[in-house]
Each structure stands twice: as C-alpha cells, then as structure tokens.
Design a protein around this ligand. Structure first.
Ligand code: ADP
Length: 372
C-alpha cells in the first residue's frame, strides 16, 4: 500500500462566531503514527472529523498525498475512521459488521470473504465472526471497529480516542496492539487523545492543541524536553512552574525574586535571552525528577558534585510524601509555592518526613524559562 502524507494548510473552522480551529498547519509524514493531544474542547475531534470530511473548514487546504480534498464527501476520501463509541451495528454479527463497507462498495462475494477473513485475522478475531457485538468484551469490540475500518484499505486511518472506553490494563495492551498493527500496515494514522501518556508512548510525533491553536509539533521526547511554552510544559508530563518577578539582568544572568524565597541568580541560555528580554515576570519550569534533595543541614561539600554556579539552590519544607515504588514523590513548600519533587528510591534510604527542612538543587541546564 502506498503511504501518503496528510497536510493541513492554514485551516480555519468556526461555528458561528466561535472559532474552533485557528490557522492550523500540520505536516503528517507518510506512514507516521501521529497524535493530536490537547485538553477537552481544544478542537482535536473537530480537526479529525474535518480530515474525515464530516466537518468543513471555511479557510485553508487539506491535502492527502499532495491532493487538495477540501469539499470531497467522506465516502470519496478513502479515509477510515474509528469512533470512540466504535459505532458497531448491534444487530449484525462481527463478520457482517466488518463486511459492511465492502458490501456497500458492491465487491463480489469471494473478494469480500477473503478481505473480511484477512481483516479479522489481522486483529486476532478469526474465531469471532458469528458473535454479536454485545457478546464481545470492550477490547474485542474495539478490534472489530478496527477490522471494519482497515478492511476497506483506507489511505489514512483516523482514531478518535479509541482507547478511552477501555479499563486501564486493557488500554495499555490495546495501545501496543494498535501500534503493532499500524506498523504492520504502514498506514498513516492520526490519533486523537487527551491522555498525554497515551500520546507519548505511541506517537512518532504529536501536535499539542489548545483553544484551536497548534502549540507545538514534535516527537514526544522533544516536546517533553523542550516545550515551546508553559502550556505544553504543563500538559506533557508533570512540570513545576515557579512564578518569579524579574529584578534585573546582568550579562546573561537574570536576577529573579521569588515570593517567600528571596532573590535568585539564574543563568539564561543565549538562545533564550531575546525571548525573555522584555519579561517582567517569568515561569521557572522544571521536572519533579530534576531536583536534588538534601537535608537543610547537609554541609555544602556533601552535595552531589556539580559546578556550583550552575546549580540553583532553593530552601523548602516537605509537606507530604507519597511512596510510588521506583521513587517517592514529595510535595515541597518553597516560599509561597508548592513543588512536586521525585527522588529515586533506594532500598534502605529513609523517607523525608513532613516538616523536614530541605534544600533543593536544580541544575540550570534542566531549567526552562518562559515569559509569564
Ligand atoms: P476536543 O475534541 O478537543 O475535546 P472538540 O473538537 O470536540 O474538542 O470541540 C472544540 C470546540 O468546538 C468546543 O468548544 C466545542 O464546544 C465546539 N464545538 C464542537 N462541535 C460543535 C458544533 N457542532 N457546534 C458548535 N460548537 C461546536
């Protein structure tokens, strides 16, 4: 099967005066497993349905394999979509559900037999042909929905929150199956989810949407390590965001005031100086595991070896500890703000108790600064 690209060019869609998609630009590569990630109401489903042909944009172009398909009816698009609800025909058995699209296309009987058999085989449901949807588990219904979609050999596969109706264990198993299937078929797949873990674990690349605007596009790791703004920083993984007032600049060092913590000298990477030059307030963003934790009375020379000038130290007080197995997550009060701090667990290492005064060491390289 030929792998095709999907491109959105300056797509705008509004319902009356409500703009739901604002100048969306995306380049999805042939064969890519691409996730649309964003909170509820950010426009993900609207964009997916637009690609399927169920919604019409007012501006911009939608290209599949280089061809503008704007205005084409869903049936003329050769795009398959799996809905969140699966939308199986309850009165038809599994075989007939999967055969439905082929019968509609008036294929001959032998071809239908062969294609349905192959599709059910692909999703591991060969033995389930005679069953009705209500005689299947959620995961099996999901697989029937997938089989029914891939049987028509679409150029593009669209998945709208396909795993959200499944319980946690099944969701993890199904997302592996889904990815394996996608790899086997090599079909360009666009996947909508509000679950960042789901997006991160499966997608080759993803786009984060908020309020109809694409905030950032990239690999899960790129978005995690180098978020473009505080929205992406807060949405992809857990991120601490400390608010600080800008007091002044000295060369490439910012002097910041943090409520209840006094002043902090923060080195700014050359590439970020321009973006922050006019900021009066900044958000200091860092991951819970990026912090070194030491008891407040630990002598400086017993801190883990770092180039001290590049490590920022903040005083804090432990408020609560949650043992999570591989690590302990502490809630730490730092001035007027509360931080999440993860410390890797080593057997025998005592947990810090609530009320314990500590110091948090943050390597400057792990810090991301944004104008707030
Ligand atoms: P998501 O999939 O990210 O949860 P949606 O694409 O479903 O978001 O919705 C985006 C926004 O568009 C929401 O504010 C929603 O209320 C609005 N919306 C969606 N469909 C319609 C419609 N048919 N008419 C009016 N507003 C709509």
């Amino acid at each position: 099967m030929k792998k095709v690209a999907v491109q959105c060019r300056n797509i705008r869609l509004a319902y009356g005066s409500t703009e739901v998609l604002k100048d969306v630009n995306l380049d999805i590569a042939p064969g890519e497993f691409f996730a649309l990630l964003g909170p509820s109401g950010s426009g993900k489903s609207t964009l997916l349905r637009l690609i399927a042909g169920f919604n019409q944009h007012q501006q911009g172009q939608l290209l599949v394999d280089g061809l503008d398909i704007t205005g084409r009816a869903p049936a003329d698009r050769n795009i398959g979509m799996v809905f969140q609800s699966y939308a199986l025909w309850p009165h038809l058995n599994v075989w007939d559900n999967v055969a439905f699209g082929l019968v509609e296309r008036r294929l001959d009987r032998a071809t239908i037999q062969a294609k349905v058999g192959a599709a059910l085989d692909t999703v591991g449901l060969s033995a389930y042909g005679p069953r009705k949807p209500h005689q299947l588990s959620g995961g099996q219904q999901q697989r029937v929905a997938l089989a029914r979609t891939i049987v028509i050999e679409p150029q593009v596969l669209l998945l709208d929150e396909p795993l959200s109706n499944l319980d946690k264990t099944l969701r993890v198993q199904m997302r592996r199956e889904l990815l394996a299937l996608q790899r086997r078929l090599g079909i360009t797949t666009i996947f909508v989810t509000h679950d960042q873990e789901e997006a991160m674990t499966t997608a080759d690349r993803m786009a984060v949407l908020d309020k109809g605007v694409v905030q950032q596009v990239g690999t899960p790791m790129a978005l995690y390590d180098e978020p473009a703004n505080t929205f992406v920083a807060g949405f992809v993984g857990t991120m601490n965001q400390l608010q600080a007032q800008v007091r002044g600049w000295h060369a490439q060092t910012l002097t910041l005031a943090l409520e209840g913590l006094g002043e902090l000298q923060v080195p700014v990477p050359a590439a970020r100086v321009e973006a922050l030059a006019q900021a009066r307030q900044v958000a200091l963003c860092f991951r819970p595991h990026a912090l070194q934790v030491v008891a407040a009375d630990t002598p400086r020379d017993l801190h883990a070896p770092t180039a001290d000038a590049q490590t920022l130290w903040l005083p804090g007080t432990v408020e609560a500890a949650e043992f999570m197995g591989e690590s302990t997550r502490y809630r730490v009060r730092a001035g007027s703000q509360v931080l999440a701090v993860d410390q890797a667990h080593q057997p025998g290492r005592a947990q810090l108790t609530a009320g314990a005064p500590i110091r948090l060491g943050l390597a400057a390289a792990q810090l991301r600064l944004f104008a707030a």
